[in-house]
Design a protein around this ligand. Structure first.
Ligand code: PLP
Length: 369
């Protein structure tokens, strides 16, 4: 199989798996237990917290482990004060848009922050949002569909100055570009393990003390009482190791991905009717989303699947729904072209030979006759 869907999920790195294994069998104690077998496991969680904190430049006490990026995003939005307004970018992942819509159904006013035709939040949209006076704003760092990187640091600075709480979903940025919490200047940041060659079902919210987070789960003192429930120890330990590797290998991974992305884009551009979305924007080195005039993205996905190539026709959660991507709609992409969208998201094990095989096949699939 040629796997080109790393924004959906990644394969656990062997070194991560090796680190996790003892915590499934040998060190199975409950980290809350006071005897040695529990304390040992507690200290493994502490080490994982330190590894993740080091990757994004925060204190370990600013890390709340969650069940993934979705939970981290939901938890972040609990910081909204009662009867206050909320604003999110028009290209957020459903794990932000849906809890935001839920808050709107409970009486919070909600506004979308517009993007330009390349999917970038604009300075004008930020100025408008500042006039709107929301209590909390969420702008993602890297988009899961287009790979577009937002200038979060620039906007967070302006919003913070006005007393607005700022959250960023950095799930798709971690491990692909430098993600430094203090440089971004946000109050909260969501991360996920399975996008960086760690196990599924684990993520984290990085937060600033006093931001006003409210627990969604009650019944235990874990994670500073912000996330009750016995910790998923093997996954947390794996996430820590994946974070350490993402830090030490970032430059080398990014260089490899960028080289592959360039080859991919050079070969895509010669295909008739081809549009690469967000081409003029700064993007994650691993992501290319494109559309081909008069093609059906889902149909193309199936044909590629038959040949053993895994791609996405949009975001993993949105695909199969049959609806054109909301991200592309927000960018003003016509519905017909949006329905032809295919997303390629590369990973560290992909090769130039795979790009060549894929583009050769794509060309034969989209050429009439
Ligand atoms: N945020 C973004 C931008 C994502 O792409 C995803 C997953 O696709 C998530 C959040 C959700 O993360 P998780 O799968 O860990 O819940």
């Amino acid at each position: 199989m040629i796997y080109f869907d790393h924004n959906a999920t990644t394969q656990v790195d062997d070194r991560v798996l090796e680190t996790m294994m003892p915590f499934l069998k040998m060190f199975f104690g409950n980290p809350s237990s006071l005897y040695r077998h529990g304390r040992l496991v507690r200290s493994a969680i502490d080490s994982a917290r330190e590894q993740l904190a080091a990757l994004v430049g925060v204190q370990p006490t600013q890390v709340i482990f969650t069940s993934g990026g979705t939970e981290a995003n939901n938890l972040a939005l609990t910081a909204i004060k009662s009867e206050s307004k909320l604003a999110i970018s028009a290209v957020e992942h459903p794990s932000i848009t849906e809890p935001a819509e839920h808050l709107a159904s409970l009486g919070h006013e909600l506004k979308l922050i517009g993007v330009d035709r390349n999917g970038r939040v604009t300075q004008e949209a930020i100025a408008e949002i500042i006039r709107y006076r929301p209590a909390l704003v969420s702008i993602m760092l890297a988009n899961n569909e287009t790979g577009v990187i937002q200038d979060v640091a620039h906007y967070a600075h302006q919003l913070r100055d006005k007393g607005i709480i700022v959250h960023t979903d950095a799930v798709q940025a971690l491990g692909k570009i430098q993600v430094h919490y203090n440089h971004l200047g946000v109050h909260m940041m969501s991360l996920s393990s399975h996008k960086i060659y760690g196990p599924k079902g684990c993520g984290a919210l990085i937060f600033e003390k006093g931001v006003g987070l409210k627990p969604m789960l009650f019944g235990g003192g874990q994670e500073q009482t912000l996330r009750a429930g016995t910790e998923n120890v093997p996954a947390i330990v794996g996430f820590g190791k994946a974070a350490e590797l993402a830090g030490s290998e970032l430059a080398q991974r990014a260089e490899h991905l960028l080289k592959l992305r360039k080859l991919l884009e050079d070969r895509l551009t010669v295909i008739p009717g081809m549009s690469i979305f967000s081409k003029e924007a700064e993007r994650s080195p691993n992501t290319v989303q494109f559309g081909i005039e008069d093609m059906d993205g889902e149909m193309l996905l199936m044909k590629l699947d038959q040949k053993g190539i895994a791609v996405s026709s949009g975001s993993a959660c949105a695909s199969g729904g049959g609806k054109p991507s909301q991200v592309l709609a927000a960018m003003g992409v016509a519905a017909g072209l949006a329905k032809s969208a295919i997303r390629i998201s590369l990973g560290k094990a992909n090769t130039e030979a795979e790009i060549i095989e894929f583009t050769n096949l794509l060309e034969t699939l989209v050429t009439p006759g």
